[in-house]
Design a protein around this ligand. Structure first.
Ligand code: UD1
Length: 422
């Protein structure tokens, strides 16, 4: 059986890493010199085995990177941190409008499919690569498996919601992280035999890397990633107060982390300027605020004349986008996370980091406090954010593990592909 898996943008990498590892583990039974976490070149002859039932088939695998994210900090660092093999094929589509990214990916991916003729295409998440490669594969009559199917925010102004809807309408096998996602798919009319709940594959990566991340020093992360000219000179960030022993609390200041990248938060001046004022005046006045800046947010901070102030602020630590292990390390000890990222909401839930989600809706309701998670939706209204911020600061860390977020999702994904019957 031949599988092509697809990545394009940063949130894909931590989802594909455990899946590739699961393929590698599956293939070890063939005793091929396929060293751990390496993909065989498709030119190599596929070894014959007696029994050709799906579970005992050798899996030939190719990793395709569409190239939507291409910077070392947005892409390469994740391959290195997570031990993902170099992509077999890079479509190098780069930045552009949505139509440009999707259109160019389809044109290039069609050539790959026609040449490689895979049995399955595996897509993850909700980025433009997910949509483009699903549509292309279905038109080439290739089966598609969507890992992280069934998430719905109901917000059609989010490009990701459009990507999710189209992908799930077309994909053959819909692998969901939770029961709410199953209900969403059933409500939309997906046949039940296409839907399987497997848990959250990103948590496989979190569990596999917890110990390595714990070994990183926060001050080293800051030293490696501080943006030139960032003038932070507040007290050094320390681990969250509740985690420190009695004697260690004196002088400990803890820290907050902010990440912003959604167009709805960063592209509009009337939204970003008040958000920035809240972060600079309220949060960074209370405790050190670490801000790993997404390229889109940096561009807009510059455009709205806030960049120099951000760099000069004594309580704001402006950082380059962080690697996976570095971000996980900060998340393990942050007093509070402020974010508009879906993945961080999930990681905060498992780690127990109190999280203010700067969106009006979420496709990940299991991460919300009303479902036992760590996150609360605060949108981008400053009054609401300030109230919740003050309240959230009083909250203890409370880790929560939704059903099947157990670090073993990738093996279940592969099992479902191997046993899938049309
Ligand atoms: C994309 C995903 C989003 C995901 C996010 C994580 C879609 C529709 N959106 O949004 O779901 O949460 O990735 O980052 O697929 N840029 C660089 N270097 C890079 C890549 C991009 O500087 O390696 C800059 C470019 O100026 C680009 C901007 O970042 O225009 C935005 O990148 P883009 O790929 O359009 O989308 P994201 O906002 O990153």
């Amino acid at each position: 059986m031949k599988i092509i898996s697809v990545v394009g943008a940063r949130p894909n990498f931590m989802k594909i890493a455990p899946f590739i590892k699961a393929i590698d583990i599956h293939n070890t039974k063939f005793q091929i010199p396929n060293s751990k976490f390496q993909i065989l070149n498709t030119q190599e002859p596929i070894p014959k085995n007696q029994d050709q039932t799906p579970n005992t088939q050798y899996l030939s695998h190719l990793l395709v990177h569409t190239g939507q994210h291409y910077d070392i900090r947005m892409s390469g660092a994740f391959f290195r941190d997570l031990g993902i093999p170099e992509p077999d094929i890079n479509l190098e589509i780069g930045s552009g409008t949505h139509a440009e990214q999707v259109g160019m990916t389809m044109i290039e991916f069609e050539k790959v499919l026609q040449r490689e003729k895979p049995d399955w295409v595996v897509v993850v998440g909700d980025v433009n690569a997910t949509l483009a490669c699903t549509v292309t594969a279905k038109k080439e009559l290739v089966k598609v498996c969507h890992i992280e199917a069934g998430l719905r925010s109901g917000d059609m102004s989010m490009p990701e919601e459009i990507n999710r809807l189209v992908t799930d309408r077309l994909a053959d096998l819909l692998l969901t992280p939770d029961r709410i996602s199953i209900a969403n798919l059933v409500k939309e009319g997906a046949a039940e035999h296409r839907i399987k709940m497997v848990g959250n594959i990103m948590i496989d990566t979190l569990e596999a890397n917890r110990e390595r991340a714990a070994g990183l020093e926060i001050e080293d992360i800051i030293a490696r990633n501080t943006i030139e000219n960032s003038k932070f000179h507040g007290p050094a960030p320390t681990p969250s107060l509740p985690q420190l022993g009695e004697g260690e609390r004196e002088g400990a200041v803890s820290f907050a982390v902010i990440t912003l990248h959604r167009p709805s938060n960063v592209d509009r001046e009337d939204v970003l300027v008040p958000l920035f004022r809240f972060l600079a005046d309220e949060v960074a006045g209370t405790m050190p605020l670490l801000w790993p800046v997404h390229p889109r947010a940096e561009k807009m901070l510059r455009q709205f004349g806030l960049w120099e102030e951000a760099l000069a602020h004594p309580g704001l630590m402006m950082l380059h986008p962080l690697g996976y292990l570095e971000m996980l390390r900060l998340n393990m000890d942050a007093r509070i996370m402020l974010t508009d990222s879906g993945g961080l909401q999930e990681e905060c839930t498992v780690l127990g980091t109190p999280c203010l989600t700067m969106r009006w809706n979420t496709e990940r309701p299991v991460t919300l406090r009303e479902h036992g998670g760590a996150s609360v939706l605060v949108g981008n209204s400053i009054d609401k954010i300030i109230n919740e911020f003050l309240e959230t600061l009083q909250m203890p860390r409370k880790p929560m593990r939704p059903e099947l977020w157990d670090g073993k999702t990738a093996a279940r994904c592969l099992e479902e592909i191997l046993s899938f019957k049309c």
